[in-house]
Design a protein around this ligand. Structure first.
Ligand SMILES: [Zn+2]
Length: 526
């Protein structure tokens, strides 16, 4: 009874402070990302350091370990203690390391954001380079654009290696071999199981990938009028060979004169979600100084959820909008009566699964028919093939990046560029491009430096999304998932639960069986 009282008091005191600090931090992040304002950047840096410091208090950590040993029978209490202990472990570092980490990460972020690539002396933004890779027919210019997209790597690489060593130092301080192992463990992911799952995904889709690769190379060599053995990453539609390399340029045409915001609204309305307030709070169109990508943020773990987008009338932004709104409906549907600590998804993979699931509906026959009035039979019949190609190519990238990170954190002093391209050859069954010896192509991938030990979540999210797609079609008794019955199921069984369950238990609760790769493998095989 007494102990119960003191855990209640502890949670009340600690959480009330954390809640306020997180909301301040989120609001500052929002201003920074929508304006690029320098004062906001300073504020974000100091608030995030203050937030981290709250979770590094030795006395509070000792109390938590004491409470943990009390084995509280109330699952709401024991779950909160577990979550807090993990958050503390990520931050229980000597103050100088904590500060050094914040400073180095901020500096890396700054360098990444300010870097502009050049082609023949002329500056190109990231979006402009992507545009060339997406549409340009001229091989020479494509190669230049691909090379330019990697230039940032050489500049970032030494800074990233420094950070990797610092992160490892922090992990060793907490008793782990390295930072990769620590981050997986503190995210409730078993390293062995993760790599076994990835091996299984790879092996079971290996034949599909080989067949698709033949098709792709055949098409690309015709598009660019080169021999197959002259093809390289420059022939892909994105700098990291993650998208469908032969997506029909015609697909974009259907979106040219469409109001994709209106389409998103009506898509979610059909599921019973009213996006009016969310849209009012969001920042949707391009403007100077604003972050050029997209994200969703829950400001207060209550009703203030916002998305940042840079809408253009094309298929990518259609997908992105459905993706970010997918994160948002999840956040908004979490049971507000849960304690603050549990009013969040249990792992990024569960919210990514929902966002990816919603985003990929764009690439279904049913979506194109219903929202874009597409009638061309060939387009409708082929659209699912593009989705399959994308799953296959994206998964190769996720395997590659995940194994790269594991090995980089094991030994950051090795020849990392050689490691990067060896893994490319292993997973893409394609020779590495020439003349990359003195480069640092691995460091050009944003996540390697700035969103470490995260990439695997996207692929696990895709895998779970395939399971959900199947489940929801059954529930909706239809050939599309944008139905009120499907949404009701998601809300009640999944979203509302927040972090009440650990991610794997949540999946079991939703699907009534353990995490399974079957549906995804099937999607990649047909
Ligand atoms: Zn997302």
């Amino acid at each position: 009874m007494n102990q119960n009282k003191s855990i209640d008091k502890f949670l009340e005191e600690f959480i009330s402070k954390a809640e306020v600090k997180e909301e301040q931090l989120n609001k500052a992040v929002w201003i920074l990302e929508t304006t690029g304002n320098a004062d906001a950047a300073d504020l974000v840096a100091s608030l995030s350091n203050e937030f981290r410091v709250m979770f590094s208090d030795e006395k509070a950590y000792e109390d938590l370990i004491y409470f943990k040993n009390q084995n509280f029978s109330d699952p709401l209490i024991s779950r909160q203690i577990d979550i807090l202990i993990k958050q503390f472990k990520m931050n229980m570092l000597p103050k100088d390391i904590l500060k050094d980490l914040s400073i180095k990460e901020a500096a890396l972020n700054q360098t990444y954001a300010n870097f502009r690539s050049k082609i023949d002396g002329k500056i190109f933004t990231e979006n402009e380079l992507r545009e060339i890779l997406k549409n340009e027919k001229q091989v020479d210019l494509r190669k230049k654009a691909w090379n330019a997209s990697k230039e940032v790597g050489v500049i970032l690489a030494p800074k990233i290696v420094e950070l990797v060593e610092l992160r490892n130092k922090a992990a060793k301080h907490m008793g782990y071999d390295n930072y990769f192992d620590m981050m997986l463990d503190l995210s409730d992911i078993s390293k062995d199981e993760l790599f076994n799952t990835f091996d299984d995904l790879k092996n079971q889709t290996d034949n599909s990938f080989s067949q698709v690769l033949l098709d792709v190379n055949d098409t690309l060599s015709k598009w660019y009028d080169v021999n197959m053995d002259e093809l390289g990453p420059w022939a892909h539609k994105d700098p990291f060979c993650q998208m469908d390399p032969i997506e029909s340029p015609n697909l974009d045409e259907y979106f040219k004169d469409k109001d994709i915001l209106k389409i998103s609204k009506s898509f979610y309305e059909k599921m019973g979600f009213d996006l009016e307030t969310l849209i009012k709070r969001s920042d949707l169109y391009e403007k100077e100084g604003k972050n050029q990508h997209a994200f969703c943020i829950s400001i207060d773990r209550k009703n203030d959820v916002r998305t940042l987008n840079n809408i253009k009338p094309n298929i990518q932004w259609m997908e992105t909008l459905l993706h970010e709104f997918g994160h948002a409906i999840y956040d908004l549907s979490i049971d507000k009566d849960l304690p603050w600590l549990l009013r969040e998804h249990p792992h990024v993979l569960t919210t990514e699964a929902i966002a990816l699931l919603m985003g990929r509906q764009v690439y279904t026959k049913e979506f194109l028919q219903e929202f874009l009035d597409v009638t061309d039979e060939k387009v409708l019949d082929d659209v699912h093939l593009g989705l399959k190609r994308r799953q296959l190519f994206f998964s190769r990238s996720a395997f590659m990046i995940t194994e790269f990170e594991a090995k980089m954190y094991e030994d950051p002093t090795q020849d990392l560029n050689n490691l990067w391209w060896s893994l490319f050859e292993k997973y893409y069954k394609t020779s590495r491009p020439e003349n990359r010896e003195k480069k640092a192509d691995w460091a050009a991938k944003y996540h390697v430096g700035l969103a470490p030990v995260y990439y695997y979540s996207y692929l696990l999210g895709e895998v779970f999304a395939s399971t959900l797609q199947k489940e929801l079609l059954n529930i909706a008794e239809d050939d599309k998932i944008w139905k009120k019955t499907a949404a009701k199921f998601l809300k009640e069984k999944m979203f509302s639960k927040g972090s009440y369950y650990r991610w794997d238990h949540l999946i079991e609760h939703v699907t009534e069986k353990p995490f399974s790769s079957d549906a995804w493998i099937e999607d990649c095989s047909n």
